[in-house]
Design a protein around this ligand. Structure first.
Ligand SMILES: NC(=O)c1ccc[n+]([C@@H]2O[C@H](COP(=O)([O-])OP(=O)(O)OC[C@H]3O[C@@H](n4cnc5c(N)ncnc54)[C@H](O)[C@@H]3O)[C@@H](O)[C@H]2O)c1
Length: 340
């Protein structure tokens, strides 16, 4: 039987690097399309193609004979969005809208948007998919606009099944590591300095999901009957992984088998929210199988074995700033396009 082909934009990122491994293990043919801002960490695989390019001008030919598009390419956090609002809207909204249109025009069967629970903003109560959205940052607004474009396309009528996954904040080890994410950053702080950096006052709630669990959510959508996923939004996570930040720090310390030491930073963070993950469990039978303690342990093991280097590339915004800095330096010293 011919293998189904999956196009993953941003497939070399933090989530994509794990998701692509899982897709290959499940027997899919995978094409990763990415700028490789954080490198191309894939081992060669007979069913994997990697293509370097920008989603803002993704070639239409890439959509030919594709079964599913998993749309992950983005400037992937709030600080990057605030530093580069226009680029964030171009990449995270306009490019995704074009990817959706090209996918539909080329008879792709399934499109899945990697959105975020940040579209809810910060509200009281436990928010399910019917809760009002309240995007408070450029990043969250761009996600909501991309969701709107996808669902409008679905309503207008397309043979393509369209699904939005609103992921909780992700954690866990990945070949493209991100220490700008809460649990990963706490783990690094405790491992490196014996202290967890904690945003005041620790009582604020946030939802979390492991990178392997969120990857499984994408696979579940690909494998589900169209009727149950088309035009649907799912929060991705589990009800048992809404945590208060202080509680999270306790779990990280437990995972590393260390005394909890923490250091507050910033103003009191009054932004707090909890998310309901009942729908994805009910409709897709989705369950999570990873937890904070074992993820923190796995990260600290990788650090201690030297398999994971916490360099600037692991801090998303700082790395983009570094690339921009080098870009302007190179432009200054290489007016003819070469250095030496
Ligand atoms: N990590 C989380 O906690 C989280 C939570 C909710 C939603 N999300 C969403 O999931 C997706 C993946 O997140 P991630 O954590 O893997 O982020 P990431 O920054 O690690 O990965 C994004 C990838 O997109 C690529 N990319 C960026 N701009 C591009 C462009 N113009 N053209 C082509 N490639 C480009 C980057 O090179 C990178 O490999 C993003 O859409 C993000 O907003 C992530």
């Amino acid at each position: 039987m011919r293998k189904q082909k999956i196009l993953v934009t941003g497939g070399a990122g933090y989530i994509g690097s794990i998701l692509v491994q899982e897709l290959l293990s499940a027997g899919f043919d995978v094409c990763v399309y990415d700028r490789f801002f954080f490198g191309n960490n894939f081992n060669p695989h007979p069913n994997l193609t990697t293509i370097q390019g920008d989603v803002r001008n993704i070639p239409e030919a890439l959509f030919s004979n594709v079964f599913g598009v998993l749309d992950l390419a983005a400037l992937s956090n709030d600080p990057s969005g605030e530093m580069m609002p226009t680029k964030t809207l171009d990449i995270n909204y306009r490019a995704r809208r074009r990817v959706q249109e090209l996918a539909s025009a080329n008879r792709v069967s399934k499109y899945v948007l990697a959105s975020s629970c940040s579209v809810y903003g910060f509200q009281d109560g436990v928010l399910d998919e019917n809760a009002a959205t309240n995007p408070l940052t450029t990043y969250a607004s761009a996600n909501l606009l991309a969701e709107g474009a996808a669902l409008t396309l679905a309503e207008k009528g397309t043979d393509m099944s369209i699904t939005v996954l609103r992921q909780a904040t992700v954690y866990g080890l990945s070949p493209r590591m991100r220490f700008d994410l809460a649990i990963n950053g706490m783990t690094l702080g405790l491992y490196q300095n014996g202290v967890i950096p904690m945003m005041r006052d620790g009582s604020q709630w946030r939802p979390f999901v492991h990178v392997r669990d969120t990857s499984q959510a994408f696979l579940s959508v690909l494998e589900a009957e169209r009727e149950i996923v088309n035009q649907e939004i799912f929060n991705v996570g589990s009800n048992s992984q809404n945590f208060q930040i202080m509680q999270l720090a306790e779990l990280v310390a437990k995972g590393l088998d260390k005394q909890l030491e923490y250091e507050f930073y910033g103003e009191i963070d009054v932004r707090s929210y909890r998310v309901d993950f009942g729908k994805i469990a009910r409709v897709l039978g989705f369950t999570t199988s990873h937890n904070v303690e074992s993820a923190a342990f796995e990260i600290s093991e990788a650090l201690s074995k030297g398999e994971l280097i916490p360099d600037i590339k692991t801090k998303t915004l700082q790395w983009y700033q570094e690339l921009e800095k080098w870009n302007s330096r190179i432009k200054q010293i290489a007016p003819d396009g070469y250095i030496l």
